[in-house]
Write a protein that binds this ligand. Structure first.
Ligand code: GDP
Length: 490
């Protein structure tokens, strides 16, 4: 489809603009150290146009450092990327700060490219600054749109103009990657991109008594969750559709095999209901697995088996450490209060994030150590009893669902992989080097990439791990396994 890229120097509100256009605000603070970031791409429909929206500023091609020259370099690098990949470019600027030299530099580069560029003069909040937006015509583009990403003003005009500049559908379709690139590749054959149509399937799994039913009960009674009965079925319907509403947007899910979780009065019930086969079936059918652990009991062999199955089935996953209320209640609470107290004094978002990671991260250490093979899953600490962090669980589900649906445009994917291969070259015993030709994302859930290389035997497990890690740095994919399939091409 068409590609619209948002570029601009840091702090002009690119990600707010991205989220406003993509229609969802994703902001989650994880309890675990690791790569945490906003989405960089989203499939968007706007007035009958379908296109991919990319925030090139969110792409981690360069390590984030605070030095001014690094910021300049990163900003200019993402402009190159946008010029290379996008059909239409939105240059975001900040009205309250006016034009700074870096804006000018970025604009010069864009002007030379000849790509259609629209200027989004962001953070327009009063009449007065709206006039100031006119100043931005100095950047040399005739289309300047005063917008407020936060309040949603001016977005309709901006996007109507942007979509009108997309190339016609016929031209775009011709340029699409041939689907037959994955012929003869059993891992991905027959799987099409449309697979993710319909609600995401969620399975809540774990051994007996960790609190699965309690979590489901608590969630389905929460104000943000709408459990919609399927006409003609009873309450015991095995799969229960539900919707989560936040920021005025509803996301639909299907909760898999709830009958297996429902309790009757008998005492030994949960043991009876826990059948390994049933759990495995749920995992196999799900898009996202929520693996529930018992904070007090720790991680048992049984937990590991379920986790193993999730990894084996390559499912997106969120780990929930439940019954958190029973563990170090007082210690945790005082820490949280301390964090909140300090947050109140800090405006820097990154600094807040880091603070949380180092404190709550300590608690997650044992989870990470014991479930190291499930390292892509975010970990959430909850109490179904008190309701603690159940909202975070919903947020994590939404976040991972979003990551799972991300489709990385081919040109951007290749740019990131080229960099990664350049930075680290595997060499075989015989002295052969890996040559990387081209990659394409062939599936979304889980994200699966075909990589055309000269020799697939150079694709060792550690190297695969390295590349997957680089893709995570670039595109997030938190909670999702990343599947890399090398294809030899002489
Ligand atoms: P399931 O077998 O995984 O579905 O577990 P249940 O939801 O039936 O919970 C097992 C037991 O743990 C019940 O007695 C629950 O009341 C209790 N329980 C569940 N969640 C929590 C929690 O967060 N805190 C505490 N203290 N108890 C919980």
């Amino acid at each position: 489809s068409g590609l619209i890229a948002i570029v601009g120097r840091p702090n002009v509100g690119k990600s707010a603009l991205f989220n406003r256009i993509a229609g969802r605000r994703i902001a989650i603070v994880h309890d675990m150290p690791g790569v945490t970031r906003d989405r960089v791409s989203a499939e968007v429909e706007w007035g009958g146009h379908a296109f991919t929206l990319v925030d090139t500023g969110g792409i981690g091609l360069l390590r984030r450092e605070k030095a001014a020259d690094v910021i300049t370099k990163a900003a200019l690098e993402q402009v190159d990327l946008a010029i290379e990949a996008a059909h239409v470019i939105i240059l975001a600027a900040n009205v309250q700060e006016g034009i700074v030299p870096l804006d000018q530099e970025v604009a010069d580069k864009l002007r030379r490219s000849g790509k259609p560029v629209l200027v989004a003069a962001n953070k327009v909040d009063t009449q007065k600054v709206e006039a100031a937006a006119l100043e931005f015509t100095e950047l040399g583009f005739d289309k300047v749109f005063p917008v407020s990403a936060i309040h949603g003003e001016g977005i309709v005009d901006l996007m109507n103009a942007a979509t009108a500049l997309l190339p016609p559908r016929e031209i775009l379709e011709k340029a699409e990657v041939d689907e037959d690139v994955f012929e003869g590749t059993p891992e991905v054959e027959g799987k099409t991109k449309s697979e993710l149509k319909g609600p995401l399937k969620l399975a809540i799994v774990g051994r007996p008594n960790v609190g699965k039913s309690s979590i489901i009960n608590a969630l389905t009674q929460s104000e943000r969750v709408i459990v919609s009965p399927i006409p003609g079925t009873t309450r015991d319907a095995v799969d229960v559709p539900f919707e989560v509403e936040a920021d005025g947007i509803r996301q639909s899910y299907l909760l898999i095999d709830t009958a297996g979780l429902r309790k009757s009065r008998r005492v030994d019930d949960s043991v009876e209901f826990y059948s390994v086969k049933r759990t495995e079936d749920s995992i196999a059918r799900a898009d996202i697995c929520v693996l529930v652990l018992d904070a007090e009991a720790g991680i048992t062999e049984q937990d590991k088996k379920v986790a193993d199955k999730i990894v084996e089935e390559r499912r997106a996953c969120i780990v929930v450490v439940n019954k958190w209320d029973l563990v170090e209640e007082s210690v945790r609470e005082s820490r949280e209060q301390e964090i909140e107290r300090r947050d109140a004094k800090t405006r820097d978002r990154d600094e807040r994030k880091v603070r949380r990671l180092t404190t709550l991260g300590e608690f997650g250490q044992w989870v990470q150590e014991h479930l190291f093979f499930l390292d892509y899953a975010p970990v959430i600490f909850t109490s179904a009893k008190s309701g603690f962090h159940l909202d975070r669980l919903l947020e994590a589900v939404r976040y991972v669902a979003d990551q799972l649906q991300q489709k990385v445009p081919t040109s951007i994917l290749n740019r990131a992989l080229n960099d990664a291969v350049e930075n680290r070259q595997p060499i075989s015993a015989a002295g052969h080097r890996l040559k990387f030709f081209y990659a394409t994302q062939v599936r979304q859930a889980p994200p699966t990439f075909l990589l055309f290389v000269n020799r697939d035997e150079l694709f060792s497990d550690p190297y695969r791990k390295y590349l997957a890690g680089e893709l995570r740095k670039a595109f997030g994919y938190e909670g999702c396994p990343i599947i890399l399939v090398p294809k030899p091409r002489p």
